[in-house]
Design a protein around this ligand. Sequence first.
Ligand SMILES: C[S@@+](CC[C@H](N)C(=O)[O-])C[C@H]1O[C@@H](n2cnc3c(N)ncnc32)[C@H](O)[C@@H]1O
Length: 286
Amino acid sequence: MDSEASNDSIYCQKLTNAEFAQIQDYIQKNCGIRLPVTKKNMVEGRLRRRLKTLGMGSYSEYLSMVFEGEDHLAEQEKLSLIDVITTNKTDFFREPKHFSYMNDVLLPQLEAEGAGTKRCLNVWSSACSTGEEPYTIAMVLAEYFGVDGDFRVFASDISYSVLERAINGVYTEEKAQDIPLSLKKKYLMRSKSRNGLVRFKPEIREKVTFGRLNLMDNNYNLPVIMDMTFCRNVIIYFDTETQQNIINKICRYIMPGGNLFLGHSESVHGMNLPLEVIVPTIFRRK
Ligand SMILES: C[S@@+](CC[C@H](N)C(=O)[O-])C[C@H]1O[C@@H](n2cnc3c(N)ncnc32)[C@H](O)[C@@H]1O
């Protein structure tokens, strides 16, 4: 019988409730992400692919390796488990009103104070996924100040695998369709092998510094205080207490008068934060 079809193959197995609870607990404590029972099938499916890659035959074998192993491999695999569980959906110019507001209202104010010309303007993309958000920010800033303008984009994420892709700055032409043609012509180059891939030019890639940062950490150790921070489409996965803790920590790294952007379906209503709303999902640091 084909091994994929045999009864004890990974294709026929289900995560037990206890195994799912172990994953829920680890992910919530370490990444802040809540995994309701409705996500059990999703977790099962994603883990199944991981087990296949590792050549392992059962969830229980995998989970004892991850949670009972005390070696380097167990630590490495915990990071891969986080990679497997996180949802990384993102797009260039996602929620485009944020970038229009940034360009039309916030950048003129900052420029008037000398940011981008007399001093460095710093922006942080705090859950940057595969890089579409920080490169969008870099293009908006390059359009406003010129690519040699005095600005930097810091971009971080908990997942190493998305960061690796972001650092490369290579995307399919289909993905890059969300970038206006005039910007594509200026800031992207076609792959020499014409394989349907495009890459950001070095002058844009050099403006973005990537690093791993877990928003659950006590201290973020960022090198500068930001003029603007994007924390979009990530706190939606956290419970309210975690959301409030994280936004408070993020605020320590935003200048008074600086700005925070949240995703359009995220709310901080009723939380005790040093922020005032300017327009829905865009805030000013008090
Ligand atoms: C849905 S993507 C959002 C990407 C981008 N901000 C956007 O709005 O298009 C969410 C990202 O948050 C990251 N993430 C989840 N938990 C995190 C944590 N505790 N610290 C840092 N990043 C986290 C995930 O790895 C994922 O790349």
